[in-house]
Design a binder for this molecule. Structure first.
Ligand code: NAP
Length: 331
């Protein structure tokens, strides 16, 4: 697939900077005559979340002037070179205001069942619909929607994906120019203190020991940049974001190579407790474990983003354990 802008976006494995070594220099573009042109604007919804922060970073590196929504007037977005816009990304009136204030005509849309939608698929759908309708009213030229890989193939118990499927359908019929990204499980789940899984030296935990497909949220942003820079190829299209595949012992081996210390792989909780207390996620993991989903492969994604982060790359990129200690022995 032809993608003349891809080389600009690629960060070689050796050069991946840890997550908090973010350049805040202004993006700059040069016209063919050498004069500088204003960077294109993009609005990133939910810019302070696990996805939003790294999507903002990747889009800045791809040369965009990035506006990020947050409900807080404090925040650290400005320190990352992102222009913060105070906005509840789930509220239509707020979205109308920020499209008008920023003038952005490109937007990265996230919805969130567990956080903003408070475990209601109906509410998540309403929130996503508000974003799509606001984008349409603002005359957005390209909306990138983050869904989930194989969302339509999980069983009915996986309630947290119901709205994703409905929103993909709504977006396709909305008339808004769009692309869809469908990520698999995030590497970020391996260091998720909010969900009782902080990354500690010498151990890595997850809800399955079995083979699993992972991606870095940074690669969701790099994939978005590829779609946004090549609308001819990507408008109306969907891309699975799958960076790497392996079981938890292979994840542990990757962390061991980066940290220089032995690493044990452990279940974050026994499977019977996963079934009992996290039934929705339990059924999601059954799709991975029994049906070997999602169907996409790292090889297919690497055709679009050749240096997609592997587990080892991600630990280098992530940079730090939950307690702030550096992971890599060699930095
Ligand atoms: N975890 C995975 O493996 C995985 C894989 C594929 C897809 N996904 C998808 O990723 C999405 C979650 O993204 P994420 O992990 O980036 O989210 P996240 O980190 O949980 O987002 C946190 C942000 O949400 C905002 N927020 C929290 N409560 C809110 C509320 N009531 N109203 C409005 N904003 C609120 C806050 O921003 P402010 O306080 O700054 O406003 C907060 O910084 C979900 O759609 C999930 O399905 C996850």
């Amino acid at each position: 697939m032809s993608n003349p802008t891809a080389p600009m976006l690629l960060v070689t494995r050796e050069k991946v900077k840890p997550k908090n070594e973010v350049s805040t220099a202004s993006p700059n573009r040069r016209s063919p005559g050498g004069t500088s042109m204003p960077a294109e604007k993009i609005l990133v919804l939910n810019a302070t979340g696990k996805v939003g922060r790294n999507v903002c970073r990747a889009l800045r590196e791809a040369g965009y002037e990035v506006y990020g929504t947050t409900r807080s007037s404090k925040g650290t977005l400005a320190e990352q070179g992102v222009k913060p816009v105070v906005c509840n990304y789930t509220v239509r009136a707020d979205l109308d205001r920020v499209f008008a204030d920023t003038g952005a005509r490109k937007v990265f849309v996230i919805t969130d069942y567990f956080g903003a939608a408070k475990k209601s698929a109906t509410l998540e759908f309403e929130q996503g619909r508000a974003a799509i309708d606001a984008a349409k009213a603002a005359g957005v030229q390209h909306l990138v929607f983050m869904s989930v890989a194989d969302a339509e193939f999980f069983d009915e118990h996986v309630k947290h994906l119901h709205a994703k499927v409905a929103l993909e359908k709504y977006l396709r019929q909305s008339g808004v120019p769009f692309s869809i990204l469908q990520p698999c499980a995030f590497f970020e789940n391996l260091d998720d203190a909010a969900n009782w899984n902080p990354l500690k030296k010498g151990v890595v935990k997850f809800l399955t020991m079995q083979d699993c497909k992972y991606c870095a949220t940074y690669d969701i942003g790099r994939a978005a940049a590829i779609q946004l820079k090549d609308p001819q190829t990507w408008l109306g299209k969907t891309l699975d974001v799958i960076g790497w595949q392996g079981d938890l012992s292979q994840v542990a081996a990757a962390l061991s190579r980066v940290s220089g210390v032995p690493v044990k792989a452990k279940l974050a909780m026994p499977i019977f407790l996963r079934r009992l207390f996290l039934n929705d996620l339990h059924h999601m993991f059954l799709y991975y474990e029994v049906h070997k989903g999602p169907r996409g492969t790292p090889e297919a994604f690497q055709k679009i983003l050749p240096d997609a982060l592997s587990a080892e790359d991600w630990f280098r990129f992530h940079g730090y354990y939950a307690n702030g200690e550096k992971i890599a022995a060699d930095v």
